[in-house]
Write a protein of this length. Structure first.
Ligand SMILES: Nc1nc2c(ncn2[C@@H]2O[C@H](COP(=O)(O)OP(=O)(O)OP(=O)(O)O)[C@@H](O)[C@H]2O)c(=O)[nH]1
Ligand SMILES: C[S@@+](CC[C@H](N)C(=O)[O-])C[C@H]1O[C@@H](n2cnc3c(N)ncnc32)[C@H](O)[C@@H]1O
Ligand code: SF4
Ligand SMILES: [Mg+2]
Lengths: 382, 623
């Protein structure tokens, strides 16, 4: 039976963070009953066309899924495990914001079946949290992390670094404090200016500056070095874990395996028959729900992913991983030999420069290569 | 001499076609044709605004600042690039209503050809002088041209609203330096509108009316032209003799092309149809002309049935001083580039082009310009108006080369320079430059001229200002002399030049290599005494201009096989998307597809992308 990763999008937040371009909407009253009903309808719709699958992971992402009532989470998990065959080690992650109200629901989420929590701490510095538009303090965030660590078998949190004015020393100290909490997984993101966000406007007006490529590289190198001291390795560009503690759900994306995405704005890559289909749901929650109610699903686009497209997608995702790309799996998934999708000159140069490493059955971007992956990819694809 | 703003165009065109009225034409005694000439920024276009407003040609609502500068590039840069013609109607104090044809001209030296053509269409000039600045180099250059064109000249002192204005001192200057009687100069503020009426009266009372014979065979001077998608070529004409009517079969005397006039009209400043144009009038015609080559500025248009025997004197052709190669980024765009250059040339007679090929860049054109600003403007117009992506090679002047076998050649592109052993000697072009500068900055200006291998010809004083005449090699001037002059004199020095002669010189070709591959488009020629310094400066500049890339890049300058400078651009240290999850794949893949396409289209030199801007910027030496 083929594996499946299931993504569920909760498209609401209490407020919009100025850096964030995720599909999140602020509503005076979240129409939870309607959204939940629509999620369950979509889940049934996907199950019907996917057929029997071994369910490897469920991920409640957002937005802020920790705004969901635990009963809603429980209902979705119950449906999913009934419609598919849950793997024995089924991973169920929920993204949470670290306000006290949400931390108060952690126990109930655990009871609903969630076994992994991912908390958006973002920073351990209150001034930075204000700059990032967060409505919690560092102390509140760490309290939530401790509750999460005690309640869930697995816990992780997110930090954003390379913030305006952040020094190398300050980031080292902040990160060391974060790692001292003793978790087995962290997501550490370099602050990115996403088009259309409030930060994009401010940055465009030069309201603040960001580190240049060399400073960013130094911050990135320091991140890996300090994480290593605590036994965490960078298994993906921005994700660090002790061996075996990687997010299995996210690995499915990077390994370019099947995932179904339901909820407003969710994307999916699902195999139906001998085709790989890309699915995309309507982004606006109410419009999405309306479509689901009318025809059972809220997709606005379902398109076959061609062999060439699969080849590029698998490449750009796979080289993000420290384990690199399994060339056999790549060929089976994309219908293209990896070597045929690469520019041979650039491949040679990149091997020589130490950006890439080739073994008999894998192609791996080294730490140096991963740091420059965007330029490497543009040069490398043919 | 350019089409009205795009937005007005379609409405005007519609009205234009509807017209079938008739009008009696104006006797020449009631016509005054004049150019507004001045140094750059002395307020010509602002004065034109006031004249347009004072005569009610545009309502307050229709007015904008420098309303005649309607190209986007002109508005953005705040300078006039194209000369512009407007017909105004003015009821004078003598009770008669006059037709005033105003031609606003550019002040920058690179657009001097626009000025000379405007002058040929008029009998008089308003010489505008900024009363706070005084006479500047282009004031002189332009007024001498107007005197050569037998113009009656009315001096106008502008900006007298400024506290720094010194009208009396400037009048004295006009008399001393130009030798023009300034006692009747009109003192105005084009900004506030002060004394505009006096300018209008001076035009009527002091300028001569045009002369011409209504009954003689038609002779009309082709002053300017441009391409309209719907109407074909639109031609700006000045009628000397005879009458140009709708429906008439006209002949271009030099090209021999024959066309039937479809429309006749004037700019007021909106397009306004007229049944015909008579002697002394300035207006436009269309004749469904699709062949750009049929229209050459300076040509004489005559009546095909009753042709004139002799053509008008026409214009001296402009002589480009700086050349560069223009190549389409996408080889498929070559034909589109050819057509675009043709259309641009229609509207810019000082721009020259001819096809050429380059080993590295494929098919393209060698293009000649009156200066670096002109070159920049043409490149920008090509990309904006014709939506073309171009590669421009580093600009160069034309060298004269004599080979050991006695053959001579004109070298436009340093890449074409033959091997040193085949060259007997090379000559380079020299100019004669006139620089006006306040005393305080004279020392710095003389140092600059000497650094640039200049020879002083003359140095005179007018009050506290010096006028230095220098002979300078053109290749020391063309790239950044003007910028440097402005910066060392805090903007107070002004500059004008004419081509002088060619002299033998000790020159070397400096090649630029990127990752050991020579980049033809970046090679240049310099005097041996400065070759090494220039080579080092260019390598250092390229290091800043070429963005870091995936692999490190070696930049070298070499003379023959000898490397004289090198720089290394280190590899990009970090460039990776921080977050990439299931929802990002499609977007990231599409971005990659697009970048890949973009890369395929980008010309690469030794696998290195060199941004377009680097080719020109590299040659500008800053101190
Ligand atoms: N104070 C003051 N400023 C003026 C006056 N006339 C023009 N200016 C300013 O001078 C600057 C140049 O004016 P333009 O009319 O564009 O000058 P121009 O001679 O047409 O310039 P080019 O066409 O580029 O040679 C503008 O900023 C005008 O606002 C004036 O009478 N008084
Ligand atoms: C879906 S969001 C987090 C969910 C949750 N609502 C929260 O804010 O805590 C996933 C993570 O992406 C990271 N992130 C979002 N926008 C980012 C940006 N512009 N630059 C860097 N990291 C960003 C943040 O660390 C965030 O926690
Ligand atoms: S960062 Fe999290 S809380 Fe902030 S807007 Fe984005 S999804 Fe919502
Ligand atoms: Mg002007």
């Amino acid at each position: 039976m083929q594996f499946l990763a299931l993504y569920i999008h909760w498209p609401f937040c209490l407020s919009k963070c100025p850096y964030c371009d995720f599909n999140s909407h602020v509503r005076a009253a979240i129409p939870e009953a309607r959204i939940l009903a629509a999620l369950r309808t979509e889940l049934a719709f996907e199950a019907a066309r996917l057929g029997p699958r071994r369910l490897a992971s469920i991920f409640f992402g957002g937005g802020t899924p920790s705004l969901m009532a635990p009963e809603s989470v429980a209902a979705v998990i119950a449906d999913a495990t009934a419609l598919f065959t849950p793997a024995p080690d089924l991973e169920i992650t929920l993204e949470a914001n670290p306000t006290s109200i949400e931390a108060g629901r952690f126990r109930a989420y655990r009871d609903a079946g969630v076994n992994r929590i991912s908390i958006g701490v973002q920073s351990l510095d209150d001034a930075a949290l204000t700059f990032l538009g967060r409505n919690h303090s560092a102390a509140q965030a760490m309290a939530a992390v401790e509750i999460g660590r005690d309640i869930f078998p697995r816990a992780s949190f997110d930090l954003i670094y390379a913030r305006p004015g952040q020094t190398l020393a300050a980031w080292r100290a902040e990160l060391a404090t974060a790692l001292a909490v003793g978790l087995d997984h962290l997501s550490l993101y370099q602050l990115t200016i996403e088009p259309g966000t409030q930060f994009a406007t401010l940055y465009g007006r030069a309201a603040f500056t960001l580190p240049d490529d060399e400073d960013a590289a130094a911050l990135y190198d320091a991140t890996a070095e300090i994480a290593a001291r605590f036994g965490l390795a960078p298994y993906e560009i921005s994700n660090y874990a002790k061996p075996g503690q990687e997010s299995r759900h996210n690995l499915a994306y990077w390994r370019y395996q099947d995932y179904a995405g339901i909820g407003a704005g969710a994307h999916g890559r699902i195999t139906i028959g001998d085709q790989l289909i890309a699915t995309r749901r309507h982004r606006a929650p109410e419009a999405w729900a309306g479509r689901v109610e009318a025809r059972g699903h809220g997709s606005v686009e379902e398109a076959e992913v061609s062999a060439d497209e699969r080849a590029r997608e698998a490449l750009l995702m796979g080289l993000r991983l420290a384990e690199g790309i399994d060339t056999k799996a790549y060929a089976a998934r994309t219908g293209r030999a990896l070597i045929d999708t690469l520019d041979p000159d650039i491949l040679d140069q990149a091997l020589l420069a130490g950006y890439l490493e080739a073994t008999p059955d894998r192609l791996i971007a080294t730490a140096e290569g991963r740091k420059r992956l965007n330029s490497l990819l543009t040069a490398l694809v043919r | 001499m350019k089409p009205p703003a795009q937005s007005d165009r379609s409405a005007d065109t519609a009205r234009f076609f509807d017209y079938d009225g008739s009008m009696t034409s104006t006797p020449t005694e009631l016509i005054r044709n004049f150019s507004i000439i001045a140094h750059i920024d002395h307020g010509k276009s602002t004065l034109a605004d006031r004249l347009i407003q004072a005569t009610g040609a545009l309502t307050a609502r229709e007015m904008t600042e420098q309303v005649l500068d309607n190209m986007d590039i002109e508005k953005e840069r705040g300078i006039t690039i194209k000369a512009q013609t407007v017909r105004l109607s003015y009821p004078a104090k003598d009770g008669k209503t006059y037709i005033l044809n105003l031609m606003d001209t550019p002040g920058h030296v690179d657009f001097a050809y626009e000025v000379s053509r405007s002058l040929a269409a008029c009998e008089g000039s308003l010489l505008v002088v900024d009363a706070s600045q005084g006479v500047e180099a282009q004031t002189l250059a332009n007024v001498y041209q107007a005197i050569d064109a037998n113009h009656e000249i009315v001096p106008v002192l502008n900006k007298i609203d400024l506290p720094a204005a010194e009208p009396d001192r400037v009048k004295q200057q006009i008399e001393d330096v130009i030798g023009l009687d300034a006692s009747d100069a009109v003192e105005i503020s084009a900004k506030t509108g002060l004394n505009i009426e006096a300018v209008l009266e001076a035009l009527v009372t002091r300028l001569p009316p045009p002369v011409g014979d209504d009954t003689a065979p038609l002779t009309a001077l082709l002053v300017d032209s441009w391409y309209d998608q719907y109407l074909g070529v639109i031609i700006l004409v000045r009628i000397k003799n005879g009458r140009l009517r709708k429906g008439m079969r006209i002949r271009m005397m030099s090209s021999g092309a024959v066309h039937t006039v479809e429309q006749v009209g004037v700019f007021a400043p909106k397009l306004r149809p007229e049944p015909d144009l008579g002697p002394g009038e300035i207006g436009f015609i269309t004749a469904a002309i699709k062949t750009v080559a049929d229209c050459n500025v300076g040509d004489t248009i005559t009546d095909d049935r009753h042709p004139a025997t002799e053509a008008l004197p026409g214009f001296k052709p402009s002589i480009p001083v700086v050349w560069c190669g223009l190549y389409p980024v996408e080889a498929d765009d070559f034909e589109k580039l050819r057509e675009s250059l043709g259309r641009l040339r229609l509207n810019d007679a000082s721009f020259h082009y001819e096809a050429e090929t380059s080993a590295a860049l494929g098919f393209g054109f060698r293009c000649g310009f009156l200066g670096l600003l002109h070159l920049e403007i043409v490149q920008e117009r090509l990309s904006r108006e014709f939506d073309l992506d171009l590669i421009a090679t580093a600009p160069s002047v034309v060298y004269r080369l004599t080979k050991t076998n006695g053959e001579t050649m004109d070298l436009h592109n340093p890449a074409d320079m033959p091997d040193g052993s085949l060259i007997d000697h090379i000559e380079e072009p020299w100019i004669k430059a006139t620089i006006l500068v306040p005393d305080d900055y004279l020392g710095a200006v003389l140092t600059l001229c000497n650094e640039r291998r200049g020879h002083q010809v003359d140095l005179t004083y007018v009050g506290n200002r010096a006028m230095a005449v220098y002979r300078l090699p053109l290749n020391e001037v063309v790239f950044d002399f003007y910028d440097r002059l402005k910066s060392i004199s805090r903007g107070y020095a002004s500059f004008d030049y004419q081509m002088d002669n060619y002299l033998e010189s000790d020159l070397a070709k400096i090649s630029i290599l990127v990752n050991l591959e020579p980049v033809d488009a970046l090679s240049f020629i310099a005097h041996k005494s400065v070759a090494e310094t220039r080579g080092r400066a260019i390598c250092a500049k390229l290091k800043d201009l070429i963005p870091k890339q995936l692999f490190k890049i070696a930049i070298q300058a070499a003379i023959g096989g000898r490397v004289i400078a090198r720089e290394t651009i280190s590899a990009l240290s970090k460039d990776v998307t921080a977050k990439c999850y299931g929802g990002d794949i499609s977007r990231k893949r599409k971005l990659l597809d697009k970048q890949k396409e973009g890369k395929k289209r980008m010309r690469q030199f030794g696998k290195v992308e060199i941004p377009q801007s680097a080719f020109l910027a590299a040659l500008k030496m800053d101190a």
